[in-house]
Structure formats: C-alpha cells, structure tokens
Unconditional design. Structure first.
Lengths: 42, 256
C-alpha cells in the first residue's frame, strides 16, 4: 500500500479521535463505575 | 536482552499500567489497545469492546474508541496482542508447560464472526452481552471484585463467567493462543490493520531457506512464511524473528 494512502488513513483515524473527544468523559465514567455485566452481577 | 525476555517485560508492564486505576486519580477515559476489562476495580483504561458495546446501548457512535483503535492499528497492527495483552500473556503462560499441542488450523474468519455477533447481539438486546461471557472479564474483573467485596456473593452470571474462563483455559492448554486465534473480537479489529500498519515483520526472500522453523514456532498457527506480519492472525510476537536460523525475518517500521 502506498505511503500516502497510509498517511491519509492515519490522519482520518486521528480526525475520528478528535471528532469523538467528547466521548472521553463518558468512557471515564464507565471506567469509574463498576460494570455489572463484567463482574457477573447481571 | 533476548526478544522473548523483552516481551515478558512489556507484558508485565502492560498489566501494571492497566491497573494504575488503583490510584483513583489515574483512572482515565482512554481506551486500551488490548482486551483488559474496565470492570476491574483497578482498571485505568476503558476496554475497547466494552466501550463500543456501551455506546451501541446509548445509541451513539463510538468515535473516540473507533478512532483510537484505528490509530493504534495504523501504527502497530496487532502487536499489542503479542506484547501487551494480559489475557494473551496468560495464554503464553499456559503454553510454557511444553505439553503437546493440537496443530489446529487458524480459520481466520471465525474471529470476524465473533466480532459480528458481539455488535449484532448488543444492538439487538441493547445490553453488553459479550461482557457477560468474556473470560478476560472473569479473570480481571469478576474474580478480583469478589475478593475485594466478598459480601456480593456469587449468582448465575458469576458462574457463567467462571465457566467461560475454565473453558477458555482448558482449550488454551491444547490449542496455543486459542482465544486470540478464534474468538477475540478485538483481535479481529487489530488484525485487519496488519496489512496497513507501519510496524510489521518483513521476510527477506533471498535469505529464506524455507526451513519453516518460523511456522513451527508460531503460536498462532500461521501456515506460510510470506503471511508473517501481514496475516490477520499474526500477533507480531517475534518468536519467528528470534528462531529463524537465517535471520531472514526482522521487525521494520516503515511507511511503504
């Protein structure tokens, strides 16, 4: 695969990260709260 | 330092870093590039599969998790499975006994069926279905949680967790890296990037004598030397690089 295609894809994914930067707080809440499925409670 | 020793060190460090959430201030909203359950009381990062499922339940596209997996993948392919994943490290530990293993075929597509089922079942039931069965969650979340808080007791879902963990361990004893080969949905995502990633393992065809020592050493059962580094099954563990008598394989980091 050409170098520029890889660079394009890398920038695209970096853009998706930036577009989803507001998800950070939601994920932090998931990490802080104990997931009941993961620990076998429900 | 030998490559295999370096790998053990990074696997241990990854386990330590994943548990930095022991200090509550070090809990973050980043997703880790390997399967480590954020149900673990000490988890510092979100499990990518857990995060993706939760966002499906919320009715939101998981931009941050998908973008992060894309960036990890574009740089490193599936290297985290071989060098960092604590559940993968458990599989390596189980393989250390030197017992006779079944030479199972890779069936690369099975893990994509698993990934599809994870997404489809989450979407259909609007629940984190995979997390209820995930053996990594059993080992790193369900069991430690019961040790820390014994008052919670053990119900049906806990026993399901324990059953999947026992099954996975039993199968890993006879098929090397069983979970990583056939089931891991995160391995399916990361493996897709092996053809695109900047980090890869390159074969020097001039030096290769087709002795297939590399394939005999491969814990993922890769069947052709040409597929090393680019196959969706390759976890870039470097066992082939270390064992190749002709030094025909090497890690490279390049854009071409």
């Amino acid at each position: 695969m050409k170098k520029w295609t890889k660079i394009f894809l890398l920038l695209l994914f970096a853009g998706i990260v930036i577009a989803g930067i507001s998800d950070y707080k939601t994920i932090l809440d998931l990490v802080k709260l104990i997931c009941s499925s993961c620990i076998g409670l429900s | 330092m030998k490559l295999s020793t370096k790998r053990k060190v990074t696997q241990f460090l990854a386990l330590v870093i994943s548990n930095l959430g022991f200090f509550r201030i070090l809990k973050t909203g980043f997703v880790c590039p390997f399967l480590y359950c954020h149900g673990c009381p000490f988890a510092a990062f979100g499990c990518p599969i857990g995060v993706i499922q939760n966002f499906i339940v919320y009715g939101r596209f998981p931009f941050f998790a998908v973008g992060s997996l894309g960036v990890y993948g574009m740089f490193f392919g599936r290297v985290f499975c071989g060098w960092a994943c604590p559940f993968g490290a458990l599989h390596d530990l189980l393989a250390m006994g030197g017992r006779r293993k079944i030479r199972a075929r890779p069936y690369w597509y099975v893990k994509y069926v698993s990934l599809f089922l994870v997404i489809a079942l989450t979407w259909y039931f609007l629940d984190t279905v995979f997390c209820k069965f995930c053996p990594s969650g059993s080992l790193f979340a369900a069991i430690p949680f019961r040790i820390l808080y014994p008052g919670f007791g053990a119900g049906l879902f806990f026993y399901i967790h324990i059953l999947t963990l026992i099954l996975t361990i039993a199968l890993a004893l006879v098929i090397s890296r069983f979970w990583c080969r056939y089931i891991c949905p995160l391995g399916a995502i990361a493996g897709t990037f092996n053809k695109l990633s900047l980090l890869t393992i390159q074969l020097d065809k001039q030096k290769c004598k087709k002795c297939v020592v590399c394939l005999e050493e491969c814990p993922m059962g890769i069947s052709e030397p040409e597929s090393i580094g680019s196959s969706t099954d390759c976890i870039l563990c470097g066992k082939c690089v270390e064992k190749c008598p002709e030094k025909a394989l090497k890690f490279t980091f390049k854009a071409k």
